[in-house]
Design a binder for this molecule. Structure first.
Ligand SMILES: [Zn+2]
Length: 429
């Protein structure tokens, strides 16, 4: 039995990467009042004319339809510490994050947390994510199982941490390797799930553990790798003390064999030109996390320098350092971070990085990120405006960029009407 339906709205996606500063970008594809035809979870057609009677229809004329957002760096257990007052990174980890993550040793807590987290992503218009659970194997199990139930594209892995973390949150090299291998065998490539070798950050792994992580990546190039790099100046100083032989913080990962085309490195604020060249050569991406960077006072990411060096940049909420799972709020924060450096981020550049750009950087460009026939039907329907201020702003907006820029700046999850994953509505307002 073929499952099919048609959905209509104003379709917005990208056919290429928009150039920096170009508000009239030819990479933007805006198709108002079009029907998307979806069959067995995939987009099979786009047309202006009404489909035949054999197509069940869902008409959202006057609403926006975008590919589902891809959040390339977010911590599932940190919903418990989102919006915690008064600290920078290292203090924030010890005061808030580590105590919250310790609870995830309990399978019931891990299962409940995973379900809450994934449903929250879907209720914010995010249909795919690269996620940190905790050091506990059971936390990764719970997350993968919950994502499989929802048909989601999810990349995750048990966090590696064998030093500089409190009791109950440390593993060791032998146990960690065994846990990773079991999780990889069970989940990597199953449904829409993929395993990421997950190094929390250089300070919480011994050189022996980093080497083990590098070996895992070398054995299987289809594995992802996720970690943090150069987020905060005190953190960078600490890494220099711990790894005096490394040229830079990023070099710690390079030496361990952790930089490759499937590496996702959060933040990358305090990098230099050599680091950016290394990222480009490896094909690794930076998961820019503007909300988190502002909230924790970590610094201003230099997107233009990364772009000039040819390093890929995707966008991430980094909840719980970030203060919202909404990618719209994240994009609006990204604009403000660039404005602080006298740069202007177009709506096109921002939206591309959170959809097609992230998909390509994750080697998932054939599966997600656009509304092209053949792609998996991961998409969201949005109201153009929510509330009288945004409604008025839309009435007077001239031109598509002005309208979409105002939408992403004023909008948030209240504008979300429905989230469709793999052709199935998983959230409805
Ligand atoms: Zn993070």
């Amino acid at each position: 039995m073929t499952e099919r339906f048609a959905i209509r709205g104003d379709l917005l996606d990208f056919t290429a990467e928009p150039a920096w500063g170009d508000t009239e970008s030819p990479a933007v594809r805006f198709r108002p009042r079009r029907w998307l035809l979806i069959e067995d979870g995939r987009i099979v057609g786009v047309q202006a004319e009404e489909p035949g009677a054999d197509w069940p229809r869902e008409d959202h004329a006057g609403r926006l339809i975008l590919p589902g957002f891809i959040d390339t760096h977010v911590h599932s257990p940190q919903l418990d510490v989102i919006a915690s007052y008064g600290s920078e990174l290292l203090d924030w980890l010890n005061t808030y994050t580590f105590p919250a993550e310790r609870r995830y040793a309990d399978p019931a807590v891990a299962a409940r947390g995973a379900a809450l987290f994934l449903d929250a992503l879907l209720a914010h218009g995010t249909t795919a994510a690269v996620v940190f659970p905790t050091v506990h194997k059971v936390s990764a199990e719970a997350l993968f199982a919950a994502a499989a139930e929802r048909g989601m594209r999810l990349i995750a892995g048990k966090v590696l941490m064998d030093r500089h973390a409190p009791d109950g949150l440390r593993d060791d090299v032998v146990q960690a390797e065994a846990d990773c291998r079991e999780l990889i065998a069970r989940w990597h490539g199953r449904d829409r799930l993929a395993y990421a070798v997950t190094v929390r950050f250089a300070p919480t792994s011994t050189p022996a553990q980093l080497a083990m992580a590098g070996r895992l990546c070398a054995e299987d190039p289809t594995l992802y790798m996720q970690t943090h790099v150069a987020e905060n100046r005190d953190e960078v100083r600490w890494v220099h003390e711990l790894f005096p032989e490394a040229r830079s913080y990023l070099d710690v990962y390079a030496r361990a064999g952790l930089l490759h085309a499937r590496s996702v490195l959060a933040h990358g604020i305090w990098l230099d030109d050599t680091d950016r060249d290394v990222l480009r050569e490896a094909g690794a991406q930076i998961a820019h996390s503007p909300s988190s960077n502002l909230f924790l006072g970590s610094g201003l990411f230099d997107w233009r320098a990364a772009e000039a060096a040819g390093a890929a940049v995707s966008l991430a909420s980094d909840v719980g350092g970030g203060t919202s799972l909404s990618m719209l709020r994240t994009l609006a924060d990204a604009y403000k971070v660039q404005a602080m450096s006298h740069q202007r981020l177009t709506a096109w550049k921002a939206l591309h990085a959170a959809t097609r750009g992230a998909a390509q950087a994750l080697s998932l460009g054939d599966e997600i990120g656009t509304l092209e026939p053949g792609q998996v039907a991961d998409l969201c329907v949005w109201d153009w405006a929510c509330g009288p201020v945004a409604e008025r702003r839309m009435e007077v907006a001239r031109g598509l960029h002005e309208k979409v820029f105002a939408w992403l700046t004023l909008g948030d999850e209240r504008c979300l009407v429905t989230s469709i994953v793999n052709g199935v509505a998983r959230y409805r307002r």
